[in-house]
Ligand binder design. Sequence first.
Ligand SMILES: [Zn+2]
Length: 278
Amino acid sequence: MSLAAALAAARRGRLYPAVILHGRDAAARQQAALDLARTLLCEAPSAEARPCGVCRHCRRIVWPGSGAGFHPDFLVLERDLKTSTSVEATRELLRTAQVSPFEARGQVFVIASAETLSGEAANALLKNLEEPHVSAPRHFLLLAPASMDLLPTLRSRSLAVFLGPAEAVDPAAVEPLARAFANAAGRYAASGAAIYLLTAAEALTAAGGWEDPRAGRPWSTAAAAVLRSLDVEPAAPPGVRRACLALAEALLGGPAMRLRGVTAERILEGLVARHLAG
Ligand SMILES: [Zn+2]
């Protein structure tokens, strides 16, 4: 889902209780969380005008430490340990979720680096999501570079909102990849021959720069090429479009898989096969 669609759902009071905001950079994810929180708690009479930016809720919903303003129903949990968000800090946040809102009609809880939640912390959060609704709406916004960085159990309980690739990619580098990928994907759709899945994955390896396991750029370039391939003639059928959108998102989780020791080629082959043939 796009951020615009999530904001529209929030205005109608239909936003899923747990939302993963992933993609782009940390600043963009924080801004998206603020936009959603303001929309959810704004008291402008017309829902269409939310967030109004001037009411007592909108004005006080700010990122912690970024200046004046505090809202008791908007809480941000930042990573408290060097590499993880601890179960203790998570439980403390969840205790606040047991009480009624102080001022607004609901509460918004933000987990700033959800990819760092310890296993125990993620399970505590999950348990909370599974509990029946308390008196007022409660929303959890989970911020992460890629939704793939979160536990599958958390992903399956949340709505994923993709904000876009992390790094600006060079359109000139994307174009030939997109054409080669579209060609192979089209051949696969027409013939069902698995060799074209390999050809499609190979087209993406041409993004280059895979030597550094932490590099995000090759994955962003590959994801951009998959998205761009949808604009290449002939137009892809709806099933292929959906598969390509999911593939592009999954590609952004590439660095996390690389750090588990899998080669880039294997990851590309696996993701292309899973999404195009699945
Ligand atoms: Zn407002």
